[in-house]
Design a protein around this ligand. Sequence first.
Ligand code: GDD
Ligand code: MN
Length: 368
Amino acid sequence: MYPVFVLSLILPTYNEAENLPQLLPALCTALEGIPHEIIIVDDDSPDKTWKIARNLAWKNPDIHVVRRVGRYGLSSAVMEGFLASKGTVLAVMDADGQHDLTLLSTLYGSVHRDSGMAIGSRYMQGGSVGQWDERRHALSRLATRMAIRLCKVEATDPMSGFFAIDRLLFESVLPALNPKGFKILLDLLVHVPRSTRVREFPFRFGVRTHGESKLSRRVQVEFLEYLYDVTLGTYIPLTFIKYCLVGTVGVLVNLAVYLAVSRLFLSGPQTTLQGFSLALLAGMETAIIFNFFLNNAWTFSRMKLRGLQAVSGLVTFNIACLFGAFADYAVSAFFFTRGFPEILSVILGAGVGVIWNYTMNRLFTWKT
Ligand code: GDD
Ligand code: MN
């Protein structure tokens, strides 16, 4: 029969084929005396980590392998590992040799005894990030400082990838978790009850044995977006900020095309309303098309329209902009005719126009 208390250690892997054969024997030594299972969650690595892992699992009944196809991401891999496990204590660590194996039994012991979570910390007294270049160091410090403010409980290293958690605690916060990116621990610390007992233990973050870090620029950007979403984002959506930035670039495009058409194709500086309007319309429509594609690729990249959907999106975007222009005009004229200063009237109209425009496009072009 299996013992009652089991440590389930999750090893998320992506292209760690070279590291596993060294890590697993060392792990078995480090976990001697602790009933455990090791679950490797691999995202169908091109270097066939899952195959190496499976070969190792054949020789050791405590090792299990989940090969995920079509799903990806560190946090979501860890969550999936936790869900497939049977331990009363769940733990996670990098599969590349960067985390101190000897600390594992301490993390397990701490949660097993009396704490809700136990974290291997690089930032507390006695810990260190080891050999990082200044850029990664600065980025990590900054991210950590911002992350700490969001946590419900005190922790010096909420971005650590080395921790253990009580199974029941994990299951109680599971529905609230957001499995994007690398921030699984932070997400847990943001959602656990304030009364949760968290203990930290210092360790020195080692050097990767083989291969390279998967913490890409994309993961970093996603992290910043997450920070924004859970703070200011509850008042002003990030997509609105991006939409305004795109709109600002659009004004420049409008001006550039106006100048190009009037100076190169028409006679030069325009003196008639007809020529002015022609160049202006060309500039406006180009800016609208430009804004549509930039918003589609960047602002709303999560719901990017393709093919025919993009064509119909461009049409609704044009219509929304047209109505936006009317709203802009109506508001500006309203304030102007009531004696507001000219510039203020223009700004108020533009503000209402942008909000209108954004709202209409959320409703009709990029629907959630
Ligand atoms: N399944 C899966 N899917 N595993 C992944 C993925 C993924 O998309 N991305 C990374 N991993 C695995 C790696 O193979 C490794 O075992 C572990 O997750 C950590 O990834 P690394 O690429 O080694 O990250 P790092 O060492 O640069 O980053 C460290 O610090 C981060 C915060 O500063 C890690 O400890 C992270 O866990 C930590 O969040
Ligand atoms: Mn690592």
